[in-house]
Design a protein around this ligand. Structure first.
Ligand code: MLT
Length: 208
């Protein structure tokens, strides 16, 4: 899959700033995440691809069998495909060597987590808004030491059940990732407070 065949947007940002890989939710596209990226770090480069799975016309990052029941083979394959895109897009846009933070909302959060957990050599941080454990009942052992993850969402989210979120945190920590897990009251969504928490987390992670 060449870059030209994969709809995406790029903005180069400042040379010493990170790269934000911005992943939309179900039904979104590559035009939707610019405002959030600007809020998280106005100096960052951004790569915003479009999810390549169509669910009755709605763009997604991987197939699901039912709401919250993922086709885990597809999660794995699509995460690897996205990692391929990321590697090529970094080189093509002269962004190699800059830290990459995968940022996603909902289905995009689940893919940001999947790509970070399968490709920590490419991704140094993940910001997951209303995400959950993306790999069903599969567990893995590879080290995630060096991966920083912010897990932000509502305590009562029917689409990202708390049991799955807690499993996500437990699996990340067991494999050596550093996790900030912040719950707010409420359900699925991305609030101003979530975005502000992510911005502060990112600022604290990056060198001044
Ligand atoms: C998913 O399928 O990734 C989650 O259920 C969230 C969503 O509906 O997109």
């Amino acid at each position: 899959m060449s870059l030209a065949e994969w709809p995406h947007r790029v903005s180069p940002g400042a040379a010493d700033a990170p790269v934000l890989l911005m992943l939309h939710g179900t039904g979104g596209d590559e035009t939707q995440m610019g405002g959030l990226a600007e809020l998280l770090d106005p100096r960052a480069a951004t790569l915003s691809p479009r999810g390549r799975v169509s669910e009755y016309g709605a763009n997604r990052w991987f197939a699901r069998l039912a709401e919250g029941v993922f086709d885990v083979d597809d999660v794995e394959a699509r995460a690897d495909e996205l990692a391929g895109f990321l590697g090529e897009a970094l080189t093509e846009n002269a962004l190699d060597g800059r830290p990459v933070i995968a940022v996603g909302f909902s289905n995009g959060a689940n893919m940001a987590l999947a790509v970070g957990m399968r490709h920590p050599e490419l991704v140094s941080g993940v910001i997951a808004f209303s995400g959950m454990y993306p790999f069903g009942d599969r567990e893995y052992d590879g080290s995630l030491t060096g991966l920083d993850v912010a897990v932000l969402g509502g305590h009562d989210d029917p689409m990202a059940p708390r049991t799955s979120v807690l499993k996500l945190v437990e699996q990340l920590q067991r494999r050596g990732a550093t996790v900030r897990h912040a719950e707010r009251p409420g359900g699925h969504g991305l609030t101003e407070a979530d975005a502000a928490a992510a911005r502060d987390w990112l600022a604290a992670k990056l060198p001044a």
